[in-house]
Design a protein around this ligand. Structure first.
Ligand code: ASP
Length: 345
């Protein structure tokens, strides 16, 4: 490796970017990195030392599991000193979950961990993967005065860099597939890469701390008018769940009739944590703003403020996996740990 060049470790997990059309199955399937290599030989021309590592069996990201997040943490931990930045190639479907999970599992991160992928495979002429890959590599290797410009987990897609735990996939058709409704973009790519440093985490001197535990005893209920109460009861009374996320209306509102509130009350009495996030793509839960959220607050439901559902789920798994004291769990859920939420006032 050239000593003056930045070193980036490219971690290939699968996803459309590395898929090809299987004539027999008549569908897109992930291929291994060696097959992919011929489509991305151009990255050798970049002034960066790039090494790659690949999941043994690349996956469609719909098959991602917490164990894969831990595997990514293991890889980053093992190579943290050696590399200046990390680029994860990942399917778009669950990229926001992986980015959110990694942000919680990597505390005091002081190097870029960038995720990207594409809507069309790299072997297609009109692919968006090529541009995403090249710009994401540049961002993963970007340093100024020997300090990383983006020392955080971020998603790069179609000219924009987003904070990973603020991002959701919102479009399955357009190349412009990701969205961050409650936090500004971290960088915009055009002729130049314009970094909005005021929104990017500052480099830290603290040593990296990695976590490898996630507890998936987390339930999720998206409420809707006319929802059968049995759905609420089935999840809220499930003995294997420690925490249930309620995706509510607007600023955290839900029906106030007894039949709806009763299972919530009982679950809280049974020591479950109930976390309220909004179904809206921007804005936040403000418990007590309306009577329809005051009733939830009075029962002991806590506010997830403006967290995305991806962040709320992965943060819940992280907090349950690594902390045992219920008051601490409740406090952490309502506090911004990695810039994933606007703190509850
Ligand atoms: N199903 C694919 C995946 O998430 C979609 C994509 O990569 O865009 O792995």
């Amino acid at each position: 490796m050239n000593k003056n060049r930045r070193k980036v470790l490219l971690i290939y997990t699968g996803g459309t970017i590395g898929m090809v059309f299987d004539e027999k199955l008549k569908t897109l399937v992930p291929v291994n990195f060696d097959k992919l290599n011929s489509y991305i030989s151009y990255i050798d021309q970049m002034p960066i030392d790039i090494r790659h590592i690949s999941f043994e069996n690349p996956i469609d990201s719909s098959n991602i599991l917490p164990k894969h997040w831990v595997k990514l943490v293991d890889i980053i931990e093992k190579h943290y000193i050696e590399y200046d930045g990390f680029l994860i190639l990942h399917g778009t479907d669950t990229m926001a979950y992986t980015a959110s999970a990694l942000s919680f599992l990597l505390e005091n991160l002081n190097k870029p961990v960038i995720l990207t992928g594409s809507q069309l495979p790299l072997d297609m002429i009109r692919t968006d993967g090529r541009d995403n890959l090249i710009a994401a590599l540049e961002i993963a290797s970007a340093y100024k005065d020997d300090l990383p410009i983006v020392p955080e987990v971020a998603i790069y897609f179609e000219n924009k860099l987003f904070r990973g735990n603020r991002t959701s996939k919102f479009n399955a058709e357009n190349f412009d597939a990701f969205y961050s409704g409650n936090y500004p973009v971290l960088a915009q790519v055009g002729v130049h890469i314009k970094y909005y440093t005021e929104y990017i985490n500052k480099p830290t001197n603290k040593p990296l701390k990695v976590y490898k535990k996630l507890d998936n005893s987390v339930g999720l209920i998206k409420i809707y008018p006319g929802m059968p109460i049995k759905i609420l009861e089935d999840i809220l009374y499930d003995k294997d769940l420690k925490l249930v996320i309620l995706e509510t209306f607007g600023t955290g509102n839900a029906p106030t009739y007894d039949e709806f509130l009763k299972p919530i009350k009982k679950a809280i009495e049974d020591k479950k944590v109930i976390l309220n996030i909004t179904q809206c793509k921007a804005g936040k839960v403000e418990l007590g703003r309306y009577a329809t959220s005051l009733s939830l607050e009075n029962l002991g439901v806590i506010s997830g403020a403006d967290m995305t559902v991806e962040s709320a789920i992965t943060k819940s798994m992280f907090v349950l996996g690594n902390f045992t004291d219920k008051n601490q769990i409740i406090r952490l859920l309502q506090t911004s740990l990695r810039g994933e939420m606007t703190d509850n006032e």
